[in-house]
Ligand binder design. Structure first.
Ligand SMILES: Nc1ncnc2c1ncn2[C@@H]1O[C@H](COP(=O)(O)OP(=O)(O)OP(=O)(O)O)[C@@H](O)[C@H]1O
Length: 217
């Protein structure tokens, strides 16, 4: 269970971009968050995934308040989240072949022994063929790179996924494949989802419920 209570957050002192926002995602639930460009959805998603410390408010993960964010957050809390962003090229290390990109969270948490098995499981789930896994980001399409970013988000088997406009730059069939991969993972694991976007039709098809940004304050 993820509970955001009265979250205020931003990037400069006394200039919050998110003001007093509250949102709850129940275990296994999928929630779509809709709002116009620039309203603060990505900022709230980053707070929810423990990647951005709010100025005020409370975040409860399974009833326990989170007190530390980013690298200071306890590992078991950080790894509860799998996060995928809109712009795969900004979030992927350009030097790493896709296989290492996907494996990075395993290696970073001392689970390098699981890499081969996990990649073999995940590549078909996200639709990556073996020839693509050895290429670097500049050698694959945006859709193929986003598939790798989704695999990386799933590699530690998170119980909560945060997807921030993950299909915004992609063609309809790649978008559908990514949504299907997220849903297959959720069906298999019971993971919850917070999906951020401005495509109302997509989020309404995808999620158990959609909430409008304005209704959160
Ligand atoms: N790293 C940053 N530093 C300073 N300001 C930022 C930063 N990231 C976002 N902002 C500002 O915070 C506000 C909210 O941005 P955010 O990306 O959270 O909105 P959004 O609703 O996700 O927008 P979009 O739908 O266009 O992605 C915007 O005014 C933006 O310019």
């Amino acid at each position: 269970m993820l509970e955001l209570r009265s979250i205020t957050a931003g990037y400069a002192r006394n200039a919050p971009v998110v003001r007093d926002v509250s949102l709850t995602v129940a275990p296994g639930e999928s929630v779509g968050l809709l709002g116009p460009s620039g309203c603060g959805k990505s900022t709230l998603a980053r707070v929810a995934a423990l990647l951005h410390r709010p100025d005020s408010g409370t975040l409860l993960l399974d009833g326990e308040p989170v007190r530390r964010w980013r690298h200071r957050a306890p590992r078991e809390k950080r790894t509860a989240f799998g996060v995928v962003f809109q712009q795969a090229r900004l979030s992927a290390d350009p030097r790493l072949p896709l296989t290492d990109l996907i494996a990075e969270p395993l290696r970073a948490t001392g689970r390098g022994a699981e890499v081969t098995g996990r990649i073999a499981e995940l590549a078909p789930v996200v639709g990556l063929t073996p020839d693509l896994l050895t290429r670097r980001p500049h050698e694959v399409s945006d859709g193929q790179l986003q598939r790798a970013c989704l695999a990386r988000a799933l590699v530690l088997r998170p119980r909560m996924l945060v997807c921030d406009e993950i299909t915004a730059m992609l063609d309809a069939s790649t978008a559908a494949a990514l949504v299907a991969a997220v849903e297959d993972y959720r069906a298999a694991t019971g993971a919850a989802l917070l999906a951020v976007g401005h495509d109302r039709a997509l989020l309404q098809r995808w999620c158990d419920r959609t909430v409008q940004w304005d209704s959160l304050t």
